[in-house]
Design a protein around this ligand. Structure first.
Ligand code: GLN
Ligand code: ZN
Length: 758
């Protein structure tokens, strides 16, 4: 039995990778220094895996930006607008595709399956002429061997996943695209074969999604071709992130190994192996260690799972591996030093996971006695966390025990609330508002940093924030907006801000993970029971309200967004944790209401991100997500207006759930997608307050009031003007002050003109 890995974080221990990329982009690092710096990080990653004793070490998983973009570059798939003329894709072109340049917009970026990683979407339009520009896996293999004597296993994104994630072709052209790419893949494999490479890892996570019979026959054709073209090389067909629906089919593919996720599979992969067996001539990549969570594994239960697998697969045909690439977890937990001891002891980032893999493989070879000490140690640390005060909060327990009787519906239906709210608020038709944040200028960020370092007293920081609020209340009044916001100047990040104030959260010092390109995020860690010790947003909100007679919206991040942007404890279901967060937020909502705030916005931009990969599981997720939102927002009076906000325009397939949130008003991103969303309302009615963003805040350009008028007119052709709100697409924190003021002025102008017409 061997230990193996599927991919290692690229970003380096101290985000050296990110810093090098950004320095290069800023012209502060020349190309050869960039290459040298990244090579050092890459080799260091390999060395670590070797030194820990990993048997199967992936090579070629490293990237200069994103592995899908690398695959495109390897095959010369560069959109025509970048003026690429064939041959190896140079660095400026590579980064232009990722980030855009003066003349051309970047390629689209989108979420990698159900993770928070984002990839660059390949564009297969006309003018693209696939060719093998450079054999990346081969180069990576040679480097590892020459520099470190490591016999690595090259990684490549499989053809079907690559094509299914691409855009720019019609469904009927898929087979033709397979025909164009297959020879290139075959060429890559033949060269690896000629080099004497024994195994290659071909990633096909698409196999963990719901596929049709046509999909499956294409997959068969692909792998029949590849194995016959390069018969001397063994293919490990790697899946991850979910169970493989077509297990019986996948195991009959003519490949030498199948990699399965036994962590995020809902038990289905394991059941399939147990019930249907596993072919005796294939190797099983057993994804036992969670590649996406940060917790030490329960090695005893992993050993049991391994026992089940050994009932179906010979030990020497098992590779113990993570459930997916480790790129989704931070580098090393050993670097944390300010966390509560019981939490620190229970963490496993990438490096600690490598150690777990080695232990399990060792047990597989020598018997479980060989790791008895480690097993016990793992158990002790998991127990210590389980027993910690943070996880045994009696108040939270009591509340969760009576969850069934907690209200999750407003006292009255929307129609009745609407009458009460109209009477109370007396807003003009087509009321105007914004999404919450105003520009986080260098001045605002600077003050916060000084305060965090203790260079600015809490009192001075508070009066600084108040001055910002005052200034922007005046600006909003002067522009003539109807519903105001305080501006969120005291918040760095819409999840971190709340995590720092809620019980049950912790923040790592170096727990960074790559989100997209050089952008890294440091997700909060939800490790204990979540509770609100004291109000989090009341002071700033009532201060803002004291300055104006217009309503000021309270501004909170919703339970599902907090959940989806954090690392979550693994001893409770996500659903349960969501309810805990929801109840804590309810306390905040009630505190705001009690303090006289009559409009409260609870943002859920990440609601969609939590959707399971498999369609048949959507309903269950949406059910509890909606319930969590409603637990937070349902106890207020009829006259209190609940708002929510979402930043995506894919709305049609979850519109019922969004309506079920029962928010009085929703604001939603529309302009960036050029109003695509509006068409949805021709087929679906939405009968509560709704604001479709009338301008894109992602660009510094000031939109004219005419443009916004067009957007408003289009929207009002399908939506009831009596329920329509006017607002930008999203928060304005990344914008400059001047452009923000000008844009909002134009927005109010467009609104006033529209009020004449409707
Ligand atoms: N209220 C938040 C803001 O305005 C919402 C941000 C978001 O939707 N991502 O910044
Ligand atoms: Zn938004």
């Amino acid at each position: 039995m061997k230990s193996g890995n599927l991919g290692y974080p690229r970003i380096g221990q101290d985000r050296e990778w990110k810093k090098a990329l950004e320095a290069y982009w800023a012209g502060k690092l020349d190309e050869s220094t960039l290459h040298a710096t990244l090579k050092e990080i890459r080799l260091n990653n390999l060395r670590k895996q070797r030194d820990q004793g990993i048997d199967v070490i992936p090579v070629g998983d490293f990237t200069y930006y994103d592995h899908i973009l690398d695959t495109s570059a390897m095959f010369g798939i560069v959109p025509e607008r970048f003026g690429y003329g064939g041959g190896e894709v140079d660095l400026p072109t590579y980064y232009a595709v990722a980030r855009g340049n003066r003349d051309s917009a970047a390629s689209e970026m989108t979420k990698w399956f159900n993770t928070n990683y984002h990839y660059i979407v390949p564009e297969l339009g006309a003018g693209v002429n696939p060719q093998l520009t450079v054999n990346r896996p081969l180069a990576a293999y040679r480097e590892a061997k020459a520099e470190l004597g490591i016999e690595g296993r090259p990684v490549i994104v499989g053809p079907y996943t690559y094509l299914k994630l691409s855009k720019g072709y019609a469904a009927g052209e898929l087979d033709a695209w397979i025909d164009r790419l297959l020879p290139l893949y075959a060429h890559v494999l033949r060269e690896l074969e000629a080099e004497g490479v024994a195994w290659v890892q071909v990633d096909e996570p698409i196999l963990a999604t719901s596929l049709t019979e046509d999909d499956l026959s294409r997959v068969r054709r692909i792998y029949e071709t590849l194995t016959s073209e390069a018969p001397g090389i063994s293919i490990m067909l790697q899946t991850y992130f979910e169970s493989v629906d077509a297990y019986g089919f996948v195991v009959t593919l003519p490949v030498h190994g199948i990699g399965l996720d036994f962590v995020h599979d809902g038990g289905r992969n394991l059941a399939a192996v147990r019930e249907q067996g596993f072919p005796a001539d294939k190797t099983l990549g057993a994804g036992l260690i969670d590649g996406r969570a940060i917790w030490k594994a329960d090695l005893r239960s992993k050993w049991e799972t391994l026992g089940t697998l050994r009932g179906a697969v010979a030990a020497e045909r098992i590779v113990v591996q993570p459930s997916s690439s480790l790129l989704h977890v931070p580098v090393s937990a050993a670097r944390e030093n300010a966390l509560p001891a019981e939490l620190q002891g229970a963490l496993a980032f990438a490096d600690e996971k490598l150690a777990e893999l080695v232990l399990l493989a060792k047990a597989g070879r020598q018997g479980v006695e060989a790791i008895a000490v480690d097993l016990e140690a793992a158990e002790r640390s998991r127990d210590a966390l389980q027993r910690s005060a943070a996880r045994t909060n009696e108040r939270v327990r009591a509340r969760m025990a009576s969850l069934a009787s907690e209200p999750a519906a407003r006292a009255s239906v929307f129609e009745s609330r609407r009458a009460v709210q109209d009477a109370k608020w007396q807003l003009p038709p087509l009321p105007t508002t914004t999404i919450g944040s105003f520009p986080q200028t260098p001045e605002v960020r600077g003050a916060r940093q000084k305060w965090r370092k203790g260079e600015l007293s809490p009192a001075s920081y508070e009066s600084f924030i108040q001055a910002q609020i005052r200034e922007w209340i005046d600006i909003q009044n002067e522009i003539g907006l109807d519903v105001l916001v305080h501006g969120e100047f005291e918040r760095t990040d819409m999840v971190e801000f709340f995590g720092e104030k809620l019980a049950g959260f912790a923040f790592t010092a170096k727990g960074w993970v790559q989100s997209y390109g050089s952008r890294c995020v440091k997700p909060p860690v939800i490790y204990g029971d979540v509770e609100l010790p004291k109000p989090m947003t009341v002071a700033e909100t009532i201060y803002a309200q004291s300055l104006t007679s217009k309503p000021v919206k309270g501004m909170l991040t919703g339970p599902i967004t907090i959940l989806n942007w954090s690392f979550v404890r693994d001893d409770k279901s996500r659903e349960e944790v969501a309810y805990q967060i929801a109840l804590a937020l309810r306390d905040e909502v009630e505190a705001l209401e009690a303090a006289g705030i009559g409009m409260i916005q609870v943002d859920e931009p990440a609601l969609r991100e939590g959707l399971p990969l498999k369609r048949e599981q959507w309903a269950h997720y949406l059910d509890w997500a909606v319930r969590a939102f409603r637990l937070s927002t349902s106890t207020v009076k009829d006259e209190t207006q609940i708002h929510t906000h979402m930043c995506y325009s894919e709305f049609h397939d979850i519109i019922e759930s969004i309506s079920a949130l029962d928010a009085d008003v929703i604001s939603i991103e529309t302009s960036r997608s050029h109003g695509e969303l509006i068409g949805i309302f021709e087929e679906h009615t939405y009968d509560k307050g709704i604001g479709l963003g009338v301008y894109d805040i992602h660009s510094p350009r000031v939109p004219s009031s005419d443009e916004m008028t067009q957007m408003i007119d289009r929207a009002l052709r399908v939506l009831d003007p009596g329920l329509f709100w006017i607002n930008p697409d999203c928060g304005l924190k990344t914008r400059g002050r001047k452009e923000t003021v000008e844009s909002l002025r134009n927005m109010v102008e467009a609104t006033e003109a529209a009020r004449e017409r409707y």
